[in-house]
Design a protein around this ligand. Structure first.
Ligand code: FAD
Length: 442
């Protein structure tokens, strides 16, 4: 690594922590160092954009196999027919316009000794600091009969793009009167309210297009996020459509076995259901590269230091987003973006040997229940003592209540749409791609 100008990196850090994206000429002139980022979702892409905007001369490489990012967040709106596939698809043009080196390939290994990342089909790339943000891996073997091939017939639709499209296509192709089975996993998993929002938006689609059809949720848990407002919505809008079967002391409703050839879905307590469309959401882990690089614990998720999201296991590596163990902070795009902003500040401080900015994180998860009716849950998080452990401690938490007025729910719905727009503008630097000569937008 060439010498780092600590003063100018420090300036970048201050600009970044204040949310100021100014580019003083001195900053452009001096900063040196190579940051490599694995994964171009809300976690990885945000780190890349924040770093490059704060210190344009920093060498930032983003490794991401997909040329487009179709988000999981708001994929339920697509599956329910409220948004198009294009509406939730983003490009990396904004990152490229900022000068980030976007490499469309898969990272296959991390060598922490030589500080190199191996990339499929390309020479390895060296790093001074590495960010690992690979999202989740699906635990296919947690359900008998399930696997990658079965997921083409019984999609999990818990990773964006192809899987979301499969589920939408199967719903559209289903005959009226069919049973849609949603298998919801045990905690922890990506987007805790996701299966229930999905049930609402699928039910809404069925009411419009296939009114004799039903949705059955087989849940491996006894309770779930925003349960009161979801159950209120099931009763208010989808009384004869959605049936929720939670695990209880007598019945374990976790899906134990599936047969993609017959559509059979069998619970641990032995009940069998014949699905016209099965949406099987298995248990999850951190993305594979985190597992094979020694970043994860036995449970399959990556421990981090709450102050910085530095890996608790491998030096000079940060882990961001769904792959981490972030205490009560939900695995969401909002969380990943918030963590990534802090990580960018920490990397600049780290490289400059400067004081680190105080860590503070935030999350809000919106869920759409029906047109013009959305609810939300959220909190702030900071490092501290949580039940005797040093972790992320929530404060200022809030949650939508049952019985809220239609006007408030509509406001929440509009707020959620505005959030999607501003978040994806931020993650994918769309204002930068808007400046491309051909006018193409990211
Ligand atoms: P990802 O978004 O999964 O990004 C990881 C990236 O890493 C991927 O692009 C992948 O291709 C890449 N990658 C993986 N392995 C490698 C490798 N070896 N080499 C290079 N690249 C690699 N969140 C919200 O905040 N609000 C919502 O309303 C919301 N709704 C949701 C609804 C559903 C149905 C689902 C499933 C999720 C929802 N989420 C929501 C959660 C949100 O999608 C995730 O929390 C978020 O995508 C996590 O970001 P990430 O960057 O950690 O991972």
């Amino acid at each position: 690594m060439r010498a780092i100008d600590r003063r100018q990196l420090g300036q970048g850090l201050v600009a970044l922590s204040l949310g100021v994206l100014a580019r003083p000429r001195q900053l452009r002139a001096a900063a040196r160092g190579r940051v490599v980022i694995i994964g171009g979702g809300p976690g990885g892409a945000t780190v890349a954009v924040m770093l490059k905007r704060a210190v344009p001369d920093l060498t930032v490489t983003l490794i991401e196999p997909q040329s487009h990012y179709t988000s999981c967040f708001y994929s339920n709106h697509y599956i329910g027919g409220f948004l198009s596939f294009d509406n939730i698809t983003n490009t990396y043009a904004g990152l490229t316009a900022l000068g980030i080196d976007v490499v469309h390939a898969r990272a296959t290994a991390i060598n922490a000794e030589t500080r190199e990342v191996k990339i499929e089909g390309l020479p390895p790339v060296a790093y001074d600091r590495l960010v690992v943000a690979p999202g989740i891996g699906i635990k296919y073997d947690s359900i008998e009969g399930y696997g990658e091939a079965a997921s083409e017939v019984m999609p999990h639709a818990w990773s964006g793009g192809h899987q979301s499209r499969l589920l939408r296509e199967r719903l559209v192709a289903m005959e009226d009167g069919g049973l849609v089975v949603i298998a919801a996993p045990r905690n922890p998993y990506r987007c805790p309210p996701g299966p229930y929002e999905r049930a609402c938006l699928i039910a809404n689609y069925l009411q419009r297009d296939k009114p004799r059809s039903k949705v059955l949720i087989l849940d491996a848990k006894m309770a779930f996020s925003k349960q009161a407002v979801f159950e209120e919505a099931f009763a208010k809008y989808y009384k004869d459509v959605i049936e929720l079967r939670l695990t209880n002391d007598l019945d374990d409703m976790a899906v134990a076995r599936v047969d993609p050839a017959t559509g059979e879905v069998v619970t641990k307590s032995g009940e069998t259901f014949k699905a016209a469309v099965a949406n099987i959401i298995p248990e999850q882990t951190a993305g594979e590269i985190a597992l094979t690089s020694g970043l994860a614990e036995a449970g399959g998720w990556c421990p981090i230091l709450p102050e910085s999201f530095r890996s608790a296991k491998v030096e000079d590596v940060y882990v961001v987003g769904d792959a981490t163990i972030a205490a009560d902070m939900p695995k969401s795009a909002f969380s990943a973006n918030s963590q990534a902003r802090a990580v960018a500040g920490h990397i600049l401080a780290d490289l400059a040997g400067a004081e680190r900015p105080a860590a503070a994180y935030r999350n809000t998860c919106w869920s759409m229940l029906a047109p013009d009716d959305s609810v939300k849950i959220g909190a702030d998080y900071a490092p501290g003592d949580l039940k005797g452990k040093h972790a992320l401690v929530p404060s200022n938490s809030f949650i939508s209540q049952t019985g809220e007025s239609a006007a408030l729910r509509k406001e929440t719905y509009e707020e959620s749409l505005a959030w999607y727009r501003t978040l994806t503008d931020d993650i994918f630097a769309k204002s930068a791609s808007a400046r491309l000569p051909n006018g193409r937008r990211g």
